[in-house]
Design a protein. Structure first.
Length: 238
């Protein structure tokens, strides 16, 4: 998991892709690699990598995202920084891409600086979310994302859970569906993501794939307390 220099993490809203991107970046940095996390999620303002900014800073991860008053700015303001990071061969880069095929369109703007030979584009699947209740819907979503980005997925990452209500059977069912999706697409299952304290008996040998244990680093905007913004879709009037 996260073996290539560039990793693009895609998936529908609610799939858990942002937590995976954040945790993946922190683990790379902890291993001594210069690491950047690029926040390209402009679809939903609720869970975004920049809401985990302090976690990333403490872990030594460079967060590339709109800053301050431009937190909810459009993509064009961020493109020069994204291009520079993507071309920097000294850094490992994880890109957290928007929650559906609409958000994935931003990849088209930086296609010329993405080295396909050293890049993974991984689809995160949570089969307990309404957008992907079964393999058929996951295949449709995968096809839509590939069509919009103009890039082929290189792997599937299973992240089926019900937060604190997750059981072994929930994880197993999700992994089996992720495996069926991967088989239908001719792709490998890159791994299984699971929150640290959930079903602790699951390890790399359980399903024969790497397990990425997640720390809950991302909070929804509405859980961060009152904020005053002068721009963007979420602001508070005094």
């Amino acid at each position: 998991m996260f073996q290539k220099r560039l990793t693009i993490v895609v998936g529908h809203f609610g799939s858990g892709k942002t937590e995976i991107a954040v945790n993946g970046a922190m683990k790379l940095a902890a291993s001594g690699l210069a690491t950047s996390l690029v926040d390209l999620d402009f679809v939903k303002p609720y869970f975004r990598s920049r809401s985990a900014g302090q976690f990333l800073k403490d872990a030594g991860v460079e967060l590339v995202s709109p800053d301050g008053e431009n937190e909810y700015a459009d993509m064009p303001m961020l493109l020069p920084r994204v291009r520079a990071v993507a071309k920097d061969l000294s850094r490992h880069v994880i890109m957290d891409v928007g929650g559906d095929d609409t958000g994935a369109k931003v990849l088209g703007s930086i296609a010329d600086v993405l080295d396909s030979q050293d890049l993974d584009m991984v689809l995160v699947l949570n089969f307990r979310r309404p957008f992907t209740p079964d393999v058929e819907s996951a295949l449709i979503m995968a096809s839509e994302i590939e069509g919009v980005t103009g890039r082929k997925l290189t792997g599937i990452l299973s992240n089926t859970h019900l937060m604190d209500e997750t059981t072994f059977d929930v994880v197993k069912d999700g992994f089996e569906k992720a495996s069926a999706t991967a088989l239908a697409m001719g792709l490998p299952v890159k791994g299984l993501a699971l929150e640290e304290a959930i079903v602790p008996e699951i390890n790399d040998e359980t399903f024969g794939c790497p397990v990425l244990r997640l720390s809950r680093a991302v909070r929804p905007v509405f859980d961060e307390g009152p904020q005053v913004r002068t721009v963007g879709p979420l602001f508070v009037l005094k």
